[in-house]
Design a binder for this molecule. Structure first.
Ligand code: SF4
Length: 209
């Protein structure tokens, strides 16, 4: 079975556990780790989405006694497996209510499903980290190469929807990933704050962690 649940270091009892639900994404970012390597800490990250909730739970059981936070992340956009994510969130809430749940996302979910996905996850997700990546649509499209229309605006609207659903919202940019794209970090921070989000400037790390 491929990697669905993993940690990113060799700690015996890692407190942050990651979930790799899909390799699909509505972006194709220049700096995406998927274009650079096939593994995270030696764990193969590619898979075919053919798994069950029980497969996730079986892998999660390796960490059930140490996990303090579960992060939906991995090699793709977690919300593209919305129903599976919801089922696992519900399982965690029922069996491990003390565990915090975060989703790292490109923020396209409401646009993809044409509904308020943030509301659907109200009370299930504690926080979201949304990739803002630029202060303007033109540069966002150059960097992220989205496959959906109006991705930049939709991503910002999703941040506001998550805030309205009571989640903590963090928005981030990645800088220094090439010599061509200069990110206006100050303007990005203003956008994040205007949406009620916290802001983080993540320096590009070649191996991603
Ligand atoms: S949004 Fe994330 S998974 Fe999707 S292409 Fe960009 S970096 Fe990769």
């Amino acid at each position: 079975m491929y990697t669905l649940v993993y940690s990113i270091n060799d700690e015996k009892e890692p407190s942050t556990i990651y979930v790799n639900l899909t390799n699909a994404c509505t972006n194709s970012c220049i700096f995406c780790l998927r274009t650079q390597k096939d593994d995270v800490c030696g764990r193969e990250m590619w898979h075919d989405d053919k798994y069950t909730l029980d497969d996730i739970i079986e892998q999660f059981n390796n960490y059930k006694n140490c996990a303090k936070e579960v992060v939906f992340c991995g090699y793709g956009e977690p919300f593209l497996k919305k129903d599976m994510m919801k089922s696992f969130c519900e399982y965690l809430r029922k069996n491990y209510p003390q565990i915090k749940i975060r989703v790292n996302t490109n923020g396209h979910a409401n646009a993809v499903y044409k509904m308020n996905v943030a509301d659907e996850f109200k009370g299930l997700i504690d926080s979201v980290s949304i990739s803002l990546n630029s202060d303007n649509k033109k540069q966002y499209n150059e960097i992220c190469k989205p496959s959906i229309d109006n991705a930049f605006e939709e991503m910002k609207k999703f941040a506001a929807a998550c805030k309205n659903a009571g989640m903590e919202v963090n928005m981030s940019v990645v800088t220094d990933f090439d010599d061509i794209h200069k990110i206006n970090v100050g303007e990005c921070e203003k956008i994040a704050h205007s949406l009620g989000a916290k802001f983080r400037n993540r320096e590009f790390i070649k191996n991603g962690y």
